[in-house]
Design a protein around this ligand. Structure first.
Ligand code: C2E
Ligand code: CA
Ligand code: CA
Length: 624
């Protein structure tokens, strides 16, 4: 920083009498520095060398004298000098300068412009008393009096003293100003770093969205504002479906990119109607005015249309959303709890679904939490068991395979459908354990019927563990299972997400000899292109198509096209849920390969299954 330099010593003299101004000039003549301009300076330097510094130069204490004859002019001169950066250090003001303002008033005005200027009031005996003058000018500081008629030495002495005093005052003042400036700069720097620390504490570094702390603050603000407008706010809790799979299989780098991309799209979708925060992992919260909820929601759901591209990966992404309008006196915590419960239930309903909170959901949530806990215990205590349902050849007379179906007899609730408790296991992080239990048990049981294929249902979530395939191979080895006699069934609806990663594991298992079936085919959205990438062995036509056969005319057309599609791809076609002879006949006609259903056998225990297999070849009643 450069200090302002007030090195030029300037004196202003104001008196209405030209003669007096002349007198000042004469008195100060030997105090004023040679005003030689640049053209003479070489000569000055030379003469100083030859003759030494002349007395005028040596004694010079004044660089410039400016004179004027009216108080107003003096005020203006002070103002202009200050503006030009060359302020006056001393001003001599005659008290009486008709017709304009008097010296006292001029002094008062000058003081407001220049706080450190030395003002000399030149008075006659009969003029104002000094105390009076000081009262009017504002302060006695730097205010002096010279009584006319004055003595030349006295005036010179005064001018010299005051000019020197001003020089040191102005230096101190400019140093002070510099210090103040430095302090202010320091303060500002502190403020900025504090602000950025404050900002950083409220931002998620990955996405630059608000974090939880930021959300808390903004939420309070939004809620207050909404209340003032007699409106309400809504909170949306959003997470990516099966994000863990992306992360586990593509690595965290791709996972992070995906999260950033999602964050950007969410912000765009929410626009100015609210704000987005990232709560961690793949969880986001969005706050908006309740009146805007529907439009915001629609835009968010639309934003998941189309794959998210990160480098070479096209990741089909869907969001599940739970949201809540809070209700009376709800604080952020309650909003979050409600939205979280709604999200939990939304996930149950499939992917890409938004669900509003309603108090009834609390019961579902609570029930699930308790069931999840009970299920964990049941797994640990080995209280689950498997049933087996035969898969028949097309005439329904011979068992060609068995499907393992998981069972849980709850102490209080009785038998709970696997459709319910498998979903609970999936949502509560129990699928790995549960799945391993099924594999171990089914591998073990399968040894009892080495001639038929044993089908085991797998949840895609089991594939989230990067070492899942290894685990299966190890379990099969431990339990003595023959890979070629095991078929894994995977539900079609579970599989529209990141298939590439999933296929890596499938491939390992296929190479080891395991077979794969696409379960519940037709209930999801698998495209033909998708089907061919899966490279499975079998399609199981969803039960709903089979049951439609006996109720809806023309429904065999759908099954026909599935069968011809499957045949073209070299897949075995199994129809499940066959309950009556009409269905059986149609399925036979359209060219299915395999059948499963109550018409032939209901799921039964392992020992019953063994009995059935021992009787294998016995004609079934309807086929007789
Ligand atoms: P899924 O894989 O489609 O299994 C066939 C389901 O259809 C079984 O229901 C079976 O009892 C039922 N079923 C068989 N024939 C008929 C019929 O003629 N009519 C009717 N109405 N139903 C029939 P279940 O045992 O209740 O299992 C339901 C679902 O639970 C299974 O559907 C499967 O998705 C899941 N699941 C069962 N066991 C496991 C398991 O060990 N692991 C996993 N991940 N999921 C399982
Ligand atoms: Ca199945
Ligand atoms: Ca099925």
């Amino acid at each position: 920083m450069t200090l302002p330099t007030y090195e030029k010593r300037r004196i202003l003299i104001c008196d209405d009498e030209a003669g007096i101004l002349d007198a000042y000039h004469r008195i100060f003549a030997d105090l004023v520095a040679d005003t030689a301009d640049d053209a003479n300076s070489d000569y000055d330097a030379l003469s100083a060398d030859l003759f030494g510094d002349g007395p005028a130069t040596e004694a010079a204490v004044i660089d410039e004298i400016v004179t004027c004859r009216q108080g107003e002019e003096a005020v203006e001169a002070v103002r202009a000098a200050k503006a030009s950066g060359q302020p006056f250090g001393v001003v001599f003001l005659d008290v009486r300068m008709p017709p304009g303002i008097d010296g006292v008033e001029a002094a008062r005005q000058i003081r407001t412009i220049e706080p450190i200027i030395n003002i000399v009031i030149v008075t006659g005996y009969s003029d104002h008393r000094p105390t009076e003058i000081a009262g009017k000018v504002g302060t006695v500081d730097r205010l002096f009096y010279l009584v006319k008629p004055f003595d030349a030495d006295e005036v010179r002495q005064m001018a010299t003293t005051l000019v020197n005093r001003w020089t040191s005052d102005s230096r101190i003042a400019s140093e002070l100003a510099a210090q103040v400036e430095a302090l202010e700069a320091l303060n500002e720097a502190l403020r900025v770093s504090e602000a950025s620390a404050h900002q950083a504490a409220r931002r998620d570094p990955l996405t630059d969205l608000l974090n939880r702390t930021g959300l808390e603050e903004q939420f309070d603000r939004a809620a207050r504002q909404a209340r003032a407008n007699n409106a309400g706010v809504s909170l949306l809790y959003l997470d990516l479906d099966r994000f863990k799979l992306v992360n586990d299989t593509h690595g965290h780098g791709i996972g992070d990119q995906l999260i950033r991309e999602v964050a950007g799209r969410l912000s765009t979708a929410v626009m100015d109607d609210g704000f987005v925060a990232r709560l961690g992992g793949d969880e986001f919260a969005i706050v908006c005015e309740t009146a805007k909820l529907d439009t915001v929601l629609a835009r968010i759901l639309a934003t998941a249309d189309g794959p998210f591209v990160t480098g070479p990966h096209h990741l089909p992404v869907s969001f599940s959303i739970g949201y809540s309008g809070g209700g009376d006196d709800a604080d952020l915590q309650e909003y979050m709890r409600q939205a979280d419960v709604a999200l939990y239930v939304a996930k149950d309903a499939g992917r890409g679904i938004a669900r509003a909170f309603d108090p009834y959901l609390d019961q579902i949530f609570l029930r699930d939490q308790m069931l999840a806990q009970d299920l964990k215990e049941a797994i640990d205590e080995n209280r689950l068991y498997l049933n087996y349902q035969p898969l028949m050849c097309i005439d329904g007379k011979r068992v060609t395979g068995v499907e393992a179906l998981l069972r849980w007899d709850h102490d209080v609730h009785g038998v709970i459908s696997p459709e319910i408790f498998v979903a609970i296991a999936e949502k509560n992080g129990l699928m790995g354990e549960l799945g391993d239990w099924v594999l171990r048990r089914a591998f073990e049981d399968a040894r009892a019927w080495p001639d038929v294929i044993t089908s085991i249902n797998l949840s895609v979530l089991q594939f989230s563990k990067p070492d899942f395939a290894e685990t299966v191979l190890a379990l099969a080895r431990d339990m003595g299972a023959i890979a070629g006699k095991i078929e894994f069934e995977i539900t079609e609806t579970a599989m529209t997400n990141d298939i590439a990663a999933f296929l890596v594991q499938v491939e390992i298992l296929r190479e080891a000899g395991f077979r794969f079936a696409l379960d519940d085919f037709g209930s999801g959205y698998a495209s033909i292109g998708y089907l061919s990438r899966l490279n499975f062995h079998k399609l199981k036509i969803d039960r709903s198509f089979v049951s439609a056969l006996s109720t809806k005319p023309d429904s065999d057309r759908m099954i026909r096209s599935i069968v011809s599609l499957g045949a073209a791809m070299g897949l075995t076609i199994t129809a499940e849920g066959v309950e009556d002879v009409i269905q059986h006949d149609i399925l036979k006609t359209v060219g299915c390969d395999q059948l499963q259903g109550f018409l032939f056998h209901k799921p039964c225990s392992r020992s019953e299954m063994e009995e059935i297999l021992n009787r294998e070849g016995m004609p079934r009643p309807h086929a007789a």
